[in-house]
Write a protein that binds this ligand. Structure first.
Ligand code: UDP
Length: 314
């Protein structure tokens, strides 16, 4: 198949490009490099069947040829990005989704929206099932991401119902692995970078808030599985292995041998208190399960940050 991946130079989408090319497909990655990095695609760029186009998917796109699949993965995706890039975040979810849905409609392609567990906000239901409607602050600092993704889901369902486009919606939970940006503000890059530099890890609030972290290759297998299934409803993909941020900090310090300990910092606004995906739908619809254990994932992720440190980039 010929496949378009928006945001292809980002952390998760670059792993998606790897997996799709490995399956023998032709891949066109589009990125404007505001948060993505060419280096993430360095091993792919020389391969036949792979093409990287510099463009902003929120603006009209001029991409020749016809696509069989469109993965809309482009968006700033960490809490500090939303603060620094509020309009890019809003437009990637709104205009970007519209452009790529139109493209899928015109090409007769199947379309997948990368949505997020953030549509559940600070969830009152735990673990989160797809039929929970969420608890989102519509005007808080995170709203540019949360509401853009909620709008993107509504737009995707409208194209499905009114234009008959074959659509999929994946709600991605916290993900980690190689190629995360050291300074993107997310918990795993922050903790790994601090630990390798021998600094105290910055735990926000009292550290009792929970997240459930999925290793990136598992996540990508779930995304491709969903695209190739016949599930039109939104679908959670994430690892239900839940822990507090304090436990995560202690684990990273132990794993790296960092003796600098932990410091507590103020909790950011609207930081969800707990998050864990119910993955029954993904299991039933396309037999997906995460396979990579947490410790194995941490080892690969720390190795990535160690490489960055050896290159003087940490
Ligand atoms: N966090 C932390 N220290 C950091 C960065 C993040 O304690 O240096 C916490 C943050 O408050 C949140 C969790 O880790 O509760 C996950 O944050 P992240 O930004 O990775 O993703 P989120 O799930 O909030 O979008």
């Amino acid at each position: 198949m010929r496949i378009l991946v928006s945001g292809g130079a980002g952390f998760v989408p670059s792993h998606l490009c790897d997996q799709l090319l490995g399956q023998g497909h032709e891949v066109v990655a589009v990125d404007n490099f505001i948060t993505g990095h060419r280096r993430n695609l360095a091993t792919l760029s020389p391969q036949p069947g792979f093409q990287l186009v510099e463009a902003n998917v929120s603006l009209p796109l001029d991409l020749p040829g016809r696509f069989d699949r469109v993965y809309h993965m482009a968006s700033p995706a960490s809490p500090i990005d939303y603060v620094e890039l509020p309009f890019d975040t809003l437009y990637a979810g709104s205009d970007g989704t519209r452009n790529l849905l139109e493209r899928a409609r015109n090409d007769g392609a199947r379309f997948l929206l990368a949505s997020t567990s953030e549509v559940y906000g600070d969830p009152a239901v735990h673990p989160q099932t797809e039929d929970y409607w969420g608890n989102v602050n519509p005007v808080g600092v995170r709203s540019v991401y949360d509401e853009a993704k909620r709008y993107a889901e509504a737009l995707t369902m409208a194209y499905r119902r009114y234009h008959g486009v074959q659509t999929r919606i994946v709600r991605i939970f916290n993900t980690f692995g190689p190629r995360m940006r050291p300074n993107d503000g997310r918990v795993m890059p922050a903790f790994c970078s601090q630990a390798l530099r021998g600094e105290a890890l910055t735990v926000f609030g009292d550290g009792q808030q929970t997240r459930s972290l999925c290793y990136v290759t598992d996540l990508v297998a779930g995304i491709v599985g969903l695209m190739e299934s016949d599930l039109g409803e939104p679908c959670n993909v994430g690892n239900p292995h839940e822990m507090t941020m304090l436990q995560l900090a202690q684990h990273i310090n132990r794993f790296t041998g960092n003796t600098a300990g932990i410091v507590f910092r103020p909790l950011p606004q609207d930081d969800p208190t707990r998050r864990r995906p119910d993955i029954s739908r993904a299991r039933a619809a396309f037999g997906w399960e995460p396979k990579v254990g947490f410790e194995e994932g941490v080892a690969a992720t720390v190795a990535h940050f160690r490489t960055l440190m050896e290159r003087g980039e940490l």
